[in-house]
Write a protein that binds this ligand. Structure first.
Ligand code: NAP
Length: 292
């Protein structure tokens, strides 16, 4: 099957590599040329334009930053919608607005192009190992067309409803993570300030009810006050803004998400937007008079 990848960032490059290793014929495009040169050795052809990738592909996967970026690659001059033949399937795996997703799908449908939203969870590690969790919105038969390639990218693929539903589930995921990161940051800073052996605390807690992916995988960074990627603070803030927009549309009150969104805005203003999202601990450290 011929598969196009639009966006070769942290996630897209690793995902395109896994799809190529699984035997799919991959053409790819990235806005900034020359990213992910390692893909050439896996037989991935980097095309000079979006439309060429669309023309060459039965399924086009988009994995770019935000809602306006997906709009730009789909509908911009020389975009996917221009190059794709009727019958092409677009699978957007970026994390973007659910309502914008529905409108993009409608605009594509007018051109005979089908769309799924299939945002992912599992971080850069999941993208590299091919173990992503994928939440799919859209028609069941379109998911069946896409399933073989999705199976090369992730291990848990759930059809969660019509178009846009995948993005809504992803918003829920990010809301839960906001509390997870902030809770672990507060716990680690409290342990430090109380003079405890933080590594021992983490080990002791890992068998109990406070155990979590964030505690196991990100508390060490909070202790070291060093936040290599990962998942950028700026992207998580973008996701919380999407969740808060959905909360506004549905009359939902999200106090922790609103708080984490504003902490992240402060970190971005301090120049930490490219740190891993575990850098919320910087803010708690600073407020607690520790080096932040
Ligand atoms: P990234 O490393 O910052 O890469 C972003 C990619 O989007 C780059 O290829 C960038 O191109 C491209 N892009 C951005 N704006 C564009 C535009 N207007 N036109 C064309 N291309 C554009 O981000 P990432 O971590 O791969 O994340 C990609 C998506 O996956 C985001 O929606 C993110 O929320 C989601 N996600 C990320 C993670 C994670 O752990 N990183 C986990 C789950 C979901 P350039 O190279 O030209 O900048």
């Amino acid at each position: 099957m011929r598969v196009g990848f639009i966006g070769l960032g942290t996630m897209g490059a690793a995902m395109a590599a896994n799809a190529a290793r699984a035997g799919f014929e991959i053409s790819a495009w990235n806005r900034t040329p020359g990213r992910a040169p390692e893909l050439a050795a896996l037989g991935v052809h980097q095309a000079p334009s979006l439309a060429e990738v669309a023309k060459a592909s039965e399924i086009v996967i988009t994995i770019v930053s935000d809602t306006p970026d997906v709009e730009a690659v789909l509908f911009g001059p020389d975009g996917v919608a221009k190059g794709a033949a009727p019958g092409t399937l677009v699978v957007d795996m970026s994390t973007i607005s659910p309502s914008a997703t529905r409108s993009f799908a409608e605009r594509l449908r007018e051109r005979g192009i089908a769309m799924l939203d299939a945002p992912v969870s599992g971080g850069s590690e999941g993208a590299q190992k091919g173990t992503l969790t994928i939440f799919v919105g859209g028609a069941a038969d379109d998911l069946e067309r896409a399933r073989p390639v999705l199976e090369s990218l992730g291990t848990t693929i759930t059809h969660v409803g019509p178009i846009g539903a995948g993005q809504a589930v992803k918003a829920v995921n990010q809301v839960i993570l906001a509390g997870g990161y902030l809770g672990v940051a507060e716990g680690i800073v409290l342990a430090l300030k109380a003079g405890l052996d933080v590594q021992q605390v983490v080990t002791a807690l890992s068998g109990g009810a406070a155990q979590s992916w964030v505690l196991s995988n990100r508390s060490g960074r909070m202790l070291a006050n060093d936040y290599p990627l990962g998942f950028k603070v700026a992207l998580h803030r973008k996701d919380l803004r999407i969740a808060l927009e959905l909360a506004g549309e549905t009359g939902t009150v999200l106090p922790i998400s609103a708080l984490v969104e504003t902490i992240e805005a402060g970190l971005i203003a301090q120049g930490h937007g490219d740190d891993d999202v575990s850098a919320v601990a910087r803010a708690i450290r600073q407020l607690s008079a520790l080096p932040g």
